[in-house]
Design a protein around this ligand. Structure first.
Ligand SMILES: [Fe+2]
Length: 291
């Protein structure tokens, strides 16, 4: 009898572990498309739709990220915004067409692409000893596709009256565990003044500085970086960021403050901790309409 009980307990444990592994696998693979809509009377066109991708981290869905491309095409977007960390600085890059660089080049064949820098692009740029030639390769390949990383610069989308700004933030403002706050006049010094008569979209990879971004009065901030907190525990939110911050204040979704709206992506890929729970990887589609 005792041995029968033992067998039943072991069987129950095996079933529970198997179900848990299947659950984590299902949560951690694939992606979904998430929609957000906003009204902005400053928009020149009737509407503007764009896809937002962040933190791909050189991940590949299906063959050469074609499922992601198909999902974007189905949404009939006007442009694609990349909020940084498309590449990963933790592993050997694989420069074939399916990874981040090839995927971005394919996107650029079909859409205007606005590429904001993340801490991983910054790291391969700064640490030439550890990543020799990697950043140059990235920029060269992007140049072949007719785009470049927006480094403290503005690009205007005239037909829609939108100004896109790419913020290139120093490494010290990404530090793990404790993040230095950017100065209050940081964006003004980096990007100049924000023309508030036009729709401004600020690509700023790190959402932790949202309270300071709003001082510059952007209409929209596009961020990523925290991967949704990896494990989402409703209603508490994301558990931990890849920077090891517990319950990050900004984990994923939409945040508003003083007239500015931050759209914070859960990211499309992962690195180091390849797990997601109740925190599906995502492509965000944003609609801005004039009325
Ligand atoms: Fe990041």
């Amino acid at each position: 009898m005792a041995s029968e009980q033992m067998i039943a307990i072991i069987a129950a444990i095996v079933i529970a572990v198997t179900l848990l592994v299947l659950f984590v696998y299902k949560e951690s693979t694939g992606f979904r498309v998430v929609h957000y809509s906003f009204v902005n009377e400053k928009l020149k066109s009737d509407s503007y739709r764009f896809a937002l991708i962040s933190d791909l981290h050189d991940c590949v869905y299906g063959e050469d990220n074609m499922p992601v491309m198909d999902a974007i095409e189905k949404e009939e977007v006007d442009a694609v915004f990349l909020a940084g960390d498309m590449v990963t600085s933790y592993m050997e890059p694989k420069y074939h067409d399916g990874n981040a660089i090839g995927f971005v080049k394919k996107l650029a064949e079909k859409y205007p692409v606005f590429y904001g820098i993340g801490n991983h692009e910054d790291k391969i740029r700064q640490n030439q000893d550890d990543f020799p030639g990697m950043y140059e390769h990235l920029t060269e390949e992007l140049a072949k596709a007719g785009l470049h990383i927006l480094s403290d610069e503005k690009v205007s989308i005239e037909e829609a009256g939108i100004d896109v700004y790419g913020l290139d933030m120093e490494h010290k403002y990404y530090r793990k565990l404790m993040t230095n706050r950017i100065p209050e006049d940081y964006l003004e010094k980096k990007l100049g003044s924000n023309d508030e008569s036009r729709v401004s979209v600020l690509i700023a990879h790190n959402p932790e500085h949202f309270d300071r971004y709003v001082l510059w009065k952007p209409d929209y901030v596009l961020s990523g970086h925290v991967h949704g907190g990896i494990i989402n525990i409703p209603p508490l939110g994301g558990l931990i960021s890849p920077q090891l911050k517990l319950f990050p204040k900004y984990d994923a979704g939409v945040f508003t403050k003083d007239g500015s709206t931050m759209i914070l992506s859960r990211g499309l890929g992962s690195h180091t901790i390849p797990i997601r729970i109740f925190n599906k990887a995502e492509v965000i589609v944003v609609d801005i309409t004039r009325s």
